[in-house]
Design a binder for this molecule. Structure first.
Ligand SMILES: Cc1ncc(COP(=O)(O)O)c(C=O)c1O
Length: 442
């Protein structure tokens, strides 16, 4: 007999610290594609994808087959001690696929935060400089440097200081709530040009090793820079010999309909970090970048016992095959168009949806109490997430104010599952609207 959700939750409170918050009361028994089944046998439609990890779906047969095949051969030798071919094969593939018409190299690690840490180490070594600039509302992980580069204080940083030195934070182009009080396109992307002023009032350009930025902010609320933003930012970086690190941990591996989200902006970053969907549910992260930068650090300066574990790299090779050869990127594009249509229609019906934004199927709804004042509707977002879960849909919120509903469903979701999930979401909005109209009338 298996233990039920309620009993597992009691045990969870006894044995696992509360710091590790959980979003639902469901303990998963099995999962396939875009469906999870919990310990009580309840079926859930997954619009969260393990926070952007399951782009190819839960237990994709090709990923599972690759893991099983590898498990029969060897599990771990440690690449530092006895290297193995799949690591090289995956590195070569990522080097060829990552944007940039230059030689590249790849280093594998375990988590997104570890990739971020290593990208910064590499950039500091290669430039001989120490300072790093990250962005308002950005999220880069929970290690000391990761949370230092992260913007939101509660829950990510509060009580966990001191933080890593020589880090600075600049405006991000959050156009819906422009930090400079301007309006796009009349602003002429002044937030990118602000970097030159930043070098006067915060840190000297010649001390800056790198800028680290998400193409679309994940935890920060799917804030999406305007088309010309990254080219401007990169031009300033190049002028000052600063490396541009693009953190694709959440946006990468087809999430936006392209393998790397930064391809939408047509620039070639110096370094790219990936993780999450890279290995279809296995722990794996990567730093991919300019060969001369990646190769700067001395032998032994980089590494990790488990980094590029054989099971994970085999899973990642299968993920790339699914995305590229099985045409999942094209499916993602179509999914994005469907979602955008439905979300725009929902916005037309519900005043509470202030903005629909994102790229491809990486879309979010920012909720506001009033479209004029744009007061964040965080409680309402929480309530919608709760109602969706009760009706069998797992959905998560994000954003600095917690008022943004984001979708990160597996790209393999079937039409029927998508339809069911969207119907639940639409119902939840309808209920909330009726109730608030009722409250106003009484
Ligand atoms: C953009 C970005 N960078 C880094 C991380 C940290 O990844 P991990 O949780 O695997 O350490 C995340 C996680 O959400 C992320 O979204």
């Amino acid at each position: 007999m298996t233990t039920r959700n309620q009993d597992l939750m009691k045990l969870r409170h006894k044995h696992v610290p509360q710091g590790l918050a959980v979003a639902t009361a469901s303990f998963i028994r099995e999962a396939r594609g875009a469906i999870m089944v919990d310990a009580d046998g309840r079926e859930l439609i997954d619009f969260a994808g393990g926070i952007g990890v399951n782009n190819v779906g839960h237990c994709h047969p090709k990923v599972v087959a690759a893991i099983k095949d590898q498990a029969d051969k060897y599990l771990h030798t440690c690449f530092h001690i006895a290297p193995y071919e799949p690591y090289i094969e995956l590195a070569a593939k990522l080097n060829a696929l990552a944007p940039g018409d230059f030689d590249k190299m790849t280093l594998f690690l375990n988590s997104g935060a570890e990739a971020v840490e290593n990208a910064i180490k590499i950039a500091r070594y290669a430039t001989g400089r120490q300072a790093v600039i990250s962005f308002e509302n950005g999220f880069h992980g929970r290690t000391c440097l990761g949370m230092t580069l992260t913007s939101k204080v509660k829950p990510y940083k509060f009580g966990f200081g001191p933080f890593a030195p020589e880090t600075y934070r600049m405006f991000f182009p959050y156009c819906y709530r422009c930090p400079m009080g301007l309006k796009h396109p009349e602003c002429r992307t002044a937030c990118a040009e602000h970097l030159e002023e930043f070098f006067i009032s915060h840190v000297a350009a010649e001390n800056v090793a790198a800028l680290i930025i998400e193409p679309i902010q994940g935890e920060g609320g799917f804030t999406t820079p305007p088309p010309e933003y990254f080219a401007k930012l990169q031009a300033i970086c190049r002028k000052h010999g600063i490396l541009l690190i693009v953190d694709e941990v959440q946006t990468g591996m087809g999430r936006t309909g392209k393998l790397f989200a930064i391809e939408h902006w047509g620039i070639e970053p110096d370094l790219i970090t990936t993780a999450k969907s890279l290995a279809g549910g296995m722990p794996l992260s990567a730093v991919t970048g300019r060969a001369e930068v990646m190769n700067a650090a001395h032998p032994g300066g980089l590494g990790s016992t488990y980094g590029g574990n054989p099971l994970s790299v085999r899973a990642a090779l299968a993920v790339l095959e699914i995305l590229l050869e099985d045409d999942l990127l094209r499916t993602a594009e179509t999914l994005g168009q469907t979602l955008l249509g439905r979300f725009r229609a929902l916005q037309a019906e519900h005043e509470i949806i202030g903005e629909v934004r994102g790229r491809g199927p990486m879309l979010a709804l920012e909720l506001v109490r009033d479209r004029q004042s744009r007061e964040p509707a965080a409680e309402e977002a929480k309530e919608l997430v709760r109602r969706c879960y009760e009706k069998g849909l797992v959905l998560i919120a994000c954003g600095n104010f917690g008022n943004v509903l984001r979708v990160l469903m597996p790209l393999v979701i079937t039409e029927e599952q998508l339809e069911r999930g969207l119907a639940i979401l639409e119902d939840a909005f309808q209920e909330l609207k009726k109730e608030s109209a009722g409250k106003l009338a009484s």
